[in-house]
Design a protein around this ligand. Sequence first.
Ligand code: C2E
Ligand code: MG
Ligand code: MG
Length: 763
Amino acid sequence: MCPTGFLPRFQNRYSPVPNSDLITNTGKNKITNMYLTALLPFGSAAFIWAIWKFPVDRVDAPLVGLACFTIFFSSYLRIQLPRTKIHLTISDALVFLSLLVYGGEVAVLLAILETSFTSFNFRRQGVSISARTAGINILITAVSVFATALTLSLAFGGSREVISRFSSTNFVFALGTMALSQFLVNSILVSAFVAIKSDSTLWRVWNDYCLNALVIYLCGSAMAGISAMALAQINVYLFASVSLFFALVYFTYRRYVNDVKSTSARAEEAERNRADQAERHVEELQHYVTELEKSGEALRESREKFRHAAYHEALTGLPNRNYIFEALRRYLEEAKADPKKKFAVLFLNLNRFRTINESLGHDIGDKVIRQVAKRLDAMVSDGDVAGHFGGDEFALILPKISDPEVASRIANALTKRIAQSIRLKGREVFTTASIGIVFGSHEYTYAEDILRDADIALYNAKDKKKDCVVFDSAMYEQVVERQQMETDLRYAIVCNELEVFYQPIVRLDDCSIRGVEALVRWNHPRRGLISPAEFIPIAESTGLINPLTIQVLQNSCTQLAQWNKRLDPNSPIMLSVNLSGTNFGDPELVSQIERIMRRTGISPSSLKLEITESAVMENAESAIEMLKRIKETGVSISIDDFGTGYSSLSYLHKFPIDYLKIDRSFVTAMDDADENREIVRTIVALAKALKLSIIAEGIETIEQCQRLNRLGCEYGQGYLFARPLPLREIEELIFDGFHLPSLSSLPSPSGRSNVSMHIDAVQ
Ligand code: C2E
Ligand code: MG
Ligand code: MG
């Protein structure tokens, strides 16, 4: 038996029970002390018995050698069985050998000494074993070896008898008994102690930690038996050979065990590495998952931002075109599901917003748009949508409104609110809005059509200078027709389908033709002659007016050049060509006029350009600039339809003009009342004061002609003399001449003093 001490037995044979020394508890200490007290008499008795009965006569060199080897070296020769907690130690086998060869007294003493030395050795090596634990260990060893010796003696008549009266069956039984009795006594005593210390049951400790050690005792017993037989039955040389054999077996096995251990250590290391790697992978995976979650979150946020940006206008933050379209599609779906359902859509646009941008700057323009957006947003109720289409266009969806009157009332309230002053950077800015109203219903197929109709209604409102207009289907037809006209007009200009008619302008005092006004006509293949009043606005809004004007100018100048060849150079006629206000936006206009005059060879003094008063007044300052540039070419300028454009007198004298053309409405009205005649008289006086020639248009009767002549009006044109005529007819008039017999008897102009009075009054 190898009494290496209680704690070492724990650690080496019966591990892994927790270190009993670490469990400190006064109650347990008491029981441990009681245990020690109970064990002490038996252990002491065994020790005394061993001393008392020690066979001094048997002490010989082999015993001394065995004792020294057992006490000082055996505890070092320990092998752990691979993959178990079991240590095979040579000390067990040596104690059994001493028991078999020298008897129980020697074995008990040897076991006590070996355990004491091992305990001492452990303490020296720094293993914490208390003196009490070491004492208990020694006592358990003494008691268990004594009990084993006693069992052998009782069962087989003593240990030495087992060898001396050798019978193989008996010998095997004896070895088994020796191993079992040593194992049982030792393990029960140890288990009891551990159970006390670890608060467990004796059975549990014995079963869990001690049972496996049985193999150690059986192996030790077998080794001791073989060695004893070798010593007793053969001779010392054989014993030496057997010992050498065992030593070889031991070292070979130890080497094998070490190999196995190192292999398993390597395997464990590899396993650990794999586990570490797996752990690192898991960590990396977790990191990756966290990163993925983070980027997912960032992605979600940026998707939200993109979504918001995709559905909201950056300048105002209001829902944008996409949003409005989606909302319209939704309401349209609902209306299709319920044909009774209608919803109002208001399309709003600021009037002449471009002027704000151009005159006050885009920064102010943006602020105005933001203010308008705020006002709209504040005025809509829950469930309504106020959206910004970009620029100065807004749209509102009012899902609960289906009555045109209510919608118009809301639209009027909106335009009123928008028309209120906006204070920006210490200045007040004003703007107005027009609104087109349409009702969405199941009759619409696409949301785009609803907005198209709202847009049509909006432009109708603008045309009619109204705050709002509710859409009706006739408007759509007009738009379609207008679009068709637009296409046809484009084609007509390219194909030179436009024809120029000429209306003579005569001197009122002698009725001689002094000039002609070129008036464009469109000979439409299906619709026949179309009046310029119908297609000029289309040409203006589409930009076709520029090529149209140039075409008319080119044709009429070419014509004038041909007429000039046949006319008396002393009485040339003057050509009047109409310009649109939109032509003023054409940077090429002046150079093109010059080019045409150059090409056709007409003198600038024989060309007069007419521009309506309203067109000039629309943007007076820039018009003045343009008129000056035109004037520099040497052509004359006439203000057409004078009296209808609300000219400011402060501007009038700045215009570089040569003629005033009294609008037809004043000429016609002269017949009705004296006041109207006074208006004409005033215009004539004004023209004279500004040194302008004056032409009256729309003269239809001889009376009108006579009155105008009397009022001092120099020139006139009208159906009285001739309607606008095609080329062949006007040429007849120009070259054959014409006379109004009654005009020769016209009285000479009178009332000049009155006119002067009026000029003074106006000035
Ligand atoms: P406008 O320049 O004032 O031309 C005079 C208009 O009055 C002409 O109408 C002419 O036919 C009409 N008129 C002349 N005398 C009488 C009369 O005694 N009684 C009545 N009821 N009407 C008379 P028209 O040719 O239909 O032209 C209408 C307007 O269209 C023109 O008014 C002018 O502003 C514009 N226009 C015509 N041709 C051109 C053109 O080549 N270029 C541009 N930009 N505008 C043109
Ligand atoms: Mg004209
Ligand atoms: Mg006119």
